[in-house]
Write a protein that binds this ligand. Structure first.
Ligand SMILES: *Cc1c(COP(=O)(O)O)cnc(C)c1O
Length: 393
């Protein structure tokens, strides 16, 4: 077969980060090594049995076998509205301010199609979830990166965005609690985002995938809690991390009704809604779930402490995150490349991690460790690392 010519947009996409790591991992696995995978942010604990039961029950009902509605079951949107008001004291209209998604990745990947014209700019955090950039490129837009520096607590400095870029920007992505840096944002920061977005007429997309994976007394605010946010933005929520449901593909976008309606128009032309039994299962997950959600967060908190206490004991300096499934680890002094450290940990200790640079140039200097294995495995990983005699200054 002759070489197939792919579109410029497709060719422009960077290789999906996890594919590179997977290749590396394959080599080591082939040698029969006992790998500890701290690479991907995929919860290792199962979905609650009551949610699975609801899927069974709903799957047996014939009317659930047909095409679902594009905008999702009304009762799902009402359940989301109730959950949202209980959690953030923000009232959402289930009619036009909430849109179920086939995972938040789907909505995030598609939303640039609604607002970005050929050559328009999307402001994308660096380091960041790769989908912000990919969705922008596939829509014909140009990602312009918002660097997240440790010195600014991994928040973008909006006043250093040039006037020209700010004017050309149609959309911006923010994500707190943040993947990969684990940073959190205050309502003050969100207010600044609202002012910036109003000034330059930019659609704000806040990715809140980790809003419920928080530790101790810390509770993450919603972007929509801030005055004016509903005028400029939407927020993406997902059941993936909160309810151990990554495989189910269920999430929602909520916020400004015009933005929601534009995203719905894109989706109406690309997908045909969410299998109704999954929607009923999502309702089950969201109802009366506070205790379950805190139990899940507590598991990650214990793993976080096992990792950080262990590394601290051997002289590493690692900040203790308030949220997310990750630890964002500065490189030991003998390393300058995050990719090299990742490779080294894989070859010498059979531990999979993710190089910070894979999330963007500004992620260099860090690796991301996912807390998605049992505590004993994390302790085992610390043990293996301690034998490597890496030093921190
Ligand atoms: C995991 C994750 C998501 C959630 O993806 P789903 O498609 O809902 O499973 C969204 N954003 C970030 C930053 C994530 O890490």
């Amino acid at each position: 077969m002759p070489e197939v010519a792919v579109s410029r947009r497709l060719a422009q996409l960077p290789t999906y980060l996890f594919a590179k790591i997977d290749e590396l991992k394959k080599d080591v696995l082939a040698s029969g090594a006992d790998i500890i995978d701290l690479g991907t942010g995929d919860p290792d604990t199962p979905t609650a049995p009551r949610v699975i039961e609801q899927l069974y029950t709903s799957a047996k009902i014939e009317e659930n076998h047909r095409y679902p509605s594009y905008s999702g079951l009304r009762i799902l949107r009402e359940t989301v509205a109730r959950w949202f008001e209980g959690r953030f004291s923000v009232k959402l209209n289930p009619e036009n301010e909430i849109l179920p998604l086939l995972g938040s990745k789907e909505g995030i990947g598609h939303i640039p199609l609604a607002f970005v014209n050929e050559g328009d700019v999307a402001l994308v955090p660096d380091p960041g979830y790769p989908v912000y950039q990919a969705g922008t490129i596939l829509a014909g837009g140009k990602p312009s990166f918002l660097p997240l520096y440790k010195d600014n607590e991994f928040l973008p400095q909006l006043n250093s965005v040039s006037e020209d870029i700010a004017r050309r920007a149609k959309i911006m992505f923010i994500n707190y609690p943040n993947n990969p840096t684990t940073a959190t944002a205050s309502k003050e920061f969100f207010k600044e985002v609202v002012r910036f977005a109003k000034k330059y007429e930019i659609v704000v997309c806040h990715d809140a995938a980790y809003s419920e994976v928080t530790f101790g007394d810390y509770q993450a605010p919603s972007f929509l809690e801030v005055g004016g946010a509903m005028d400029v933005g939407v927020e993406f929520h997902s059941l993936s991390k909160t309810y151990n449901m990554t495989g189910w593909r269920v999430a929602w976008a909520c916020g400004n009704p015009q933005i929601i309606s534009a995203l719905l128009k894109v989706k109406t032309n690309l997908d045909s809604g969410m299998f109704q039994p999954i929607q009923y299962a999502a309702i089950e997950a969201l109802n009366n779930s506070d205790e379950e959600v805190s139990r899940v967060a507590k598991i990650y908190m214990e793993r976080r402490d096992a990792l950080i206490d262990g590394l601290t004991k051997i002289g590493w300096k690692v900040p203790r995150p308030k949220a997310t499934l990750y630890v964002w680890l500065p490189l030991p002094s003998s390393f300058t490349s995050s990719f090299e450290l990742t490779e080294y940990l894989l070859r010498e200790a059979h531990i999979v991690t993710t190089p910070g640079v894979g999330f963007g140039a500004c992620g260099e200097g860090f690796i991301r460790i996912a807390l998605t294995v049992p505590r004993e495995r994390i302790e085992e990983a610390v043990g293996r690392i301690s034998h490597l005699k890496l030093t921190y200054h």
